[in-house]
Design a protein around this ligand. Structure first.
Ligand code: COA
Length: 328
């Protein structure tokens, strides 16, 4: 490493995992006895299908599978991993953390592992922490993971919410950029929270709570309004931090909650939809897993290429929201 060269998180590998079972809107309606239609769900959300974990499947097992794929793509192994940071709202248990379980499953015996909680923004938060740790030399290789099994925290009688979510996991392997890679990697992350709006998107109950049922409760219209304004501000902030205009962006990789929110962000950035990575139609909203799953898909099929500037954004319960800029 040359003296004085700024350290930066370089995205060395991406990986995704989806449970085998894919369920269409019609199949979901029939299975859960929902008063809904495929056309209502598609028109309002763009969602056509989602994957559901098998009964014995866990967030840690899915996350470990995504990590193995990310490490393989990076040509890295357990010895290269100093830290595992997991964003999840559906941990296997309150503790050990899902990150520690993944670390164990991968056979990593050095370094540290922990979970963070920022709901659907969790991946951007985890990315930010990982990048800061790489920049300060606290670690040299970090697995950043989003893994979720929302099918276990949904109220199947709430048709306005239960049709929106799916299960899955995604991971990135980040390592310190080498001399030749200094123009690539994470440029910056921009995090926000406003706890005053916590009750419009929440899990009511869970470990340590004094009541509730442990399922997702959402005021959909309120969340939608916050999403459009807050995400627009976050992408402006990310571009302004580097003096960049929207035309510098090669790919928008948004959190996949609703196609209407995604399209609004594409319009804001003057990006045609073929420069926006969309998985919501097949995955639904996989919360913290949605961005790394989309990255895994679009780097593997060759859409995102070396040198491309990629803008990521997400909003979720908290409220939390944020954006990240990376050059691949
Ligand atoms: N099928 C059929 N009808 C449904 C339905 C479903 N699955 N879900 C709700 N409806 C009905 C409602 O009961 C309501 O009927 P009513 O007018 O007779 O009372 C009607 O559709 C409109 O409901 P509303 O909730 O106002 O719909 P909407 O146009 O706001 O769409 C969402 C609902 C959830 C799709 C939309 O608000 C949304 O996408 N919000 C953002 C959610 C999100 O992205 N959350 C995650 C952020 S990380």
């Amino acid at each position: 490493m040359s003296q004085g060269r700024p350290l930066r998180g370089f995205i060395a590998g991406t990986g995704g995992y989806l449970p085998a079972r894919s369920v269409s809107n019609d199949e979901l309606a029939a299975e859960k006895g929902l008063d809904t239609t495929d056309s209502w769900i598609v028109e309002r959300t763009g969602i056509r299908r989602r994957h559901f974990a098998a009964p014995g499947e866990t967030a840690s097992a899915m996350g470990a599978a995504a990590c193995r794929a990310a490490l393989a793509q990076a040509g890295a192994g357990a010895a290269d991993v100093d830290a595992v940071i997991v964003a999840t709202a559906t941990p296997d248990s309150a503790f050990p953390s899902t990150a520690a379980r993944i670390q164990g499953a991968l056979g990593v015996t050095q370094g540290f592992a922990f979970d963070i909680a920022a709901a659907c923004t969790g991946f951007i938060y985890a990315l930010s922490i990982a990048d800061a740790m790489l920049r300060t030399g606290q670690a040299r290789g970090i697995l950043v993971v989003g893994t979720e099994i929302y099918s276990r925290i949904l109220d199947w009688s709430d048709r306005g919410t239960c049709v929106l979510f799916g299960d899955g996991a995604g991971a990135l392997f980040l390592r310190v950029a080498t001399e030749a890679e200094t123009s690539r990697g994470l440029l910056s992350t921009h995090l926000h929270a406003d706890g005053r709006h916590g009750d419009i998107l929440q899990v009511d109950g869970g470990a340590g709570s004094t009541g509730g049922t442990g399922v997702v409760r959402m005021a959909g219209r309120e969340v939608f309004k916050h999403a459009v304004t807050k995400l627009a501000a976050a992408v402006d902030e990310a571009l302004a931090a580097h003096g960049l205009d929207h035309d510098a962006v090669a790919w928008l990789v948004p959190h996949q909650a609703n196609i209407r929110i995604i399209e609004a962000m594409g319009r804001k950035l003057h990006l045609p939809m073929d420069r926006v990575v969309v998985t919501v139609d097949r995955h639904a909203n996989t919360s913290a897993a949605s961005i790394p799953l989309a990255l895994a898909e679009a780097t593997r099929d060759g859409r995102i290429a070396e040198g491309d500037l990629v803008l990521m954004e997400a909003i979720g319960g908290g409220l939390t929201w944020g954006a990240a800029l990376a050059r691949f």
